[in-house]
Design a binder for this molecule. Structure first.
Ligand code: UT7
Length: 332
């Protein structure tokens, strides 16, 4: 018998305020036709008020814990994948730990940008499989509106705010294809110059100059990132199937990072999937960075579309560059 990490609870949170393509047309020189045809996005959510990513992470986590009938006091570890922590320190995970009253948990943030949730899910699974922990909460949460320049039409149309969470627990099983099966995770720091936020770290601490130069916003060379993303995400998605001798037909759902519908389509084609196997909600949320995959998973789950034994493949590409795929078998 092997000890496997399975998902036993799922949750998500998207703030109620909607920012549509029409709204953005009042703010920058753009239009619905351009945004939708190039990205697949119609609207995104914005977190209002004096709240950070921890607010959304907490909401998503509470939903996942309720779903799995788990007392927060039993959680061992909280991992929050985010590029928009409430503060550089303390971590957002510590804030969420306090908000939940998860008294015995330790918490840590993980910055894998758009691949953050896959990195975090894979990391959390190791703590379960090793026998060190019984209950690990893995959250992807990003308040992208905090770092988007709403005068830059090349980025402001892309991003939105949301969070998603899963609870991992152990299950003893003879079948290696139980719960989190495998992940292929990659990084290439050469990509740093194409997608970044320069200001606010130790290299360029906040000064009047960094603010004047708009260094506290996302910058992206869209075309270059697009090319790397199409290849990177499709490669690892196909690779994880081959590695486990699975075909696209055996996959119930492909849950990709939602950055651009054209990137998703390219990966789905490489895996030879039909449209109904590909989970897409980019139209309603845009790119919520570390939140896209758990948010999409949670929506599928609460639509009652998942059955025990279903194979799922997740894949992402983001700043770093970071990318990866993860193979999972639904176990509840
Ligand atoms: O999640 C993290 C990883 N990020 C990604 O995966 C994003 C990857 N990149 C992309 O998804 C795409 O590159 C974008 C959606 C960002 C841009 O699409 P594109 O097809 O690569 O457009 P482009 O940057 O080549 O721009 C084409 C034209 C340009 O005009 P000219 O030079 O052809 O006259 C832009 O100035 O579209 C113009 N443009 C816009 N027009 C209307 C750029 N942004 C806009 C806009 N509205 N918002």
């Amino acid at each position: 018998m092997g000890r496997k990490a399975i998902i036993t609870g799922v949750g998500h949170y998207a703030p109620p305020k909607v920012l549509t393509n029409q709204d953005l047309m009042q703010m920058v020189d753009t239009n619905d036709e351009w945004i939708f045809s190039r990205t697949g996005i119609r609207e995104r959510r914005i977190l209002e008020g004096d709240r950070g990513s921890s607010y959304m992470a907490h909401q998503a986590a509470e939903m996942a814990l309720k779903n799995s009938h788990t007392d927060p006091k039993d959680i061992d570890l909280i991992i929050v994948a985010t590029v928009t922590p409430d503060t550089l320190f303390p971590s957002t995970a510590c804030r969420v730990q306090d908000m939940l009253g998860a008294d015995k948990a330790w918490g840590v943030d993980l910055n894998g940008a758009c691949s953050g949730f896959l990195y975090a899910l894979s990391t959390g699974a190791q703590f379960i499989e090793s026998g060190m922990h019984q209950k690990v909460l893995v959250i992807g949460a990003d308040k992208m509106s905090a770092i988007v320049d709403y005068t830059d039409r090349t980025t402001c149309i892309l991003f939105g705010d949301a969070a998603g969470a899963v609870l991992l627990e152990p299950q003893e099983s003879d079948d290696p294809h139980t719960g989190v099966i495998d992940a292929i995770l990659r990084s290439d720091g050469e990509g740093a110059r194409h997608l970044y936020m320069m200001g606010g770290g130790s290299l360029h601490p906040a000064t009047h100059e960094t603010v004047d130069n708009k260094m506290h916003y996302i910058y992206q060379d869209g075309q270059t990132v697009f090319k790397f993303a199409v290849k990177g995400m499709a490669d690892v998605s196909a690779e994880i199937l081959e590695k486990h001798q699975l075909t696209g037909k055996q996959i119930k759902y492909f849950i990709p990072h939602q950055a651009n519908l054209r990137i998703i389509d390219a990966a789905a084609r490489r895996m030879k999937l039909n449209d109904d196997q590909v989970v897409v909600n980019i139209e309603r949320y845009g790119n919520t960075t570390a939140a896209t995959i758990p948010l999409a998973l949670s929506e599928v789950y609460y639509d009652n579309k998942l059955e025990k034994g279903d194979y799922l493949v997740m894949a992402a590409f983001g700043a770093g560059f970071t990318w990866g795929s993860l193979l999972l078998r639904w176990a509840i």
